[in-house]
Design a protein around this ligand. Structure first.
Ligand code: 3HC
Length: 286
């Protein structure tokens, strides 16, 4: 398969990550189709993107005309069929294998045979997701970091059967979005989460072991280790449910005790304390 030139990008799922990825795509000048399951969720994502682009205008990082033309490049839809002309589709839906498999099988029926399909999964296997299609060579991982518009890295993940063309096309899109892409293979947690998830779990265990408050733990890691934000603030940003899910997925695959989510954070997830998105996690948000 020769990779197509990427002109039109589809983003499926416009939650915090998907909206961030769609923002990057329109900022990079791609015609972009964003798909959410309801019009309300699509409008919410559009408002979020419009807000962050306005902040860029306010700070003179972008002109009003550039903001308007970026926003005009984004088409919202609730229909997967509207992704028909996309050269690259990036999936950023719920982190569950079942829905992702269904989506990839459906996307394959909709887009052209040479379109590249990418998943933003954090901790699931790209190879397993690719196996839902009959053309796994066009499937790769494009793993962005939260908040996607701000974090420079994107991991371009090679699944067992990914083609060089699909990898190169995804890498080039990452570069055009202004990111610093790296290539890696489809191993549990890829590069960053393989290191970061157990590290964050260690931090959360220290909360109880050293009997420190979340505030003091955050101060310890920002003021003592130079982290840009403390571990409790970071887990609240990433989402406590997302962190627990990624920990469980890595523990299931690697069986390393440090990967397992500490009971304290599992209890928080079960109580609906999901961090910023639910208004309450280690901290409370407006
Ligand atoms: N989307 C788009 N734009 C955003 C945004 C978002 N979510 N959040 C902030 N911005 C924009 C805003 O316009 C903001 O300016 P404003 O306040 O004037 O409106 C501007 O970006 C700068 O924001 P900040 O002042 O908050 O930026 P900081 O300089 O404080 O840096 C940070 C913020 C980059 C998030 C920094 O704190 C950081 O690097 N934190 C670590 C984050 C991290 O480790 N992420 C990885 C998580 S792991 C992961 O994602 C993997 C996954 O698989 C679980």
């Amino acid at each position: 398969m020769a990779a197509p030139e990427i002109r039109r990008v589809g983003v499926v799922g416009l939650g915090a990550m998907g909206a961030g990825i769609a923002q990057l795509a329109i900022q990079a000048g791609y015609e972009t189709v964003g798909r959410e399951v309801t019009d309300e969720l699509g409008t919410k994502a559009n408002d979020r993107i419009a807000h962050f682009l306005q902040r860029k205008v306010d700070k003179e990082q972008m002109t009003t005309a550039e903001r308007e033309s970026a926003l005009a490049a984004l088409t919202l839809t609730t229909e997967l069929a509207d992704l028909v002309d996309c050269d690259l589709v990036i999936e950023a839906i719920v982190e569950d294998l079942g829905p992702k498999l269904e989506l990839f099988a459906e996307l394959e029926r909709i887009v052209r045979p040479d379109a590249v399909l990418a998943t933003n999964t954090s901790a699931l296997s790209v190879t397993e997701i690719a196996a839902a299609t009959s053309s796994p060579e066009r499937v790769v991982g494009m793993h962005f970091f939260n908040p996607a518009p701000l974090m420079p890295l994107v991991e371009i993940v090679r699944a067992e059967l990914s083609s060089d063309d699909a990898m190169d096309a995804a890498f080039a899109v990452g570069e055009r979005m202004g990111k610093r892409p790296i290539r890696c293979h489809d191993t549990p947690g890829f590069v960053v989460n393989r290191v970061l998830i157990p590290l964050l779990n260690d931090c959360l265990r220290v909360l109880d072991e050293a009997r420190v408050s979340p505030e003091d733990l955050d101060t310890a890691m920002t003021a003592g280790a130079g982290w840009p934000m403390g571990p409790c603030t970071l887990v609240d940003l990433v989402g406590i449910d997302v962190h627990v899910h990624a920990s469980e997925a890595l523990y299931e695959k690697l069986r390393e005790p440090r990967m397992a989510p500490p009971p304290r954070i599992v209890a928080m997830k079960n109580a609906g304390l999901l961090g910023r998105k639910s208004g309450r996690g280690f901290y409370t948000y407006d």
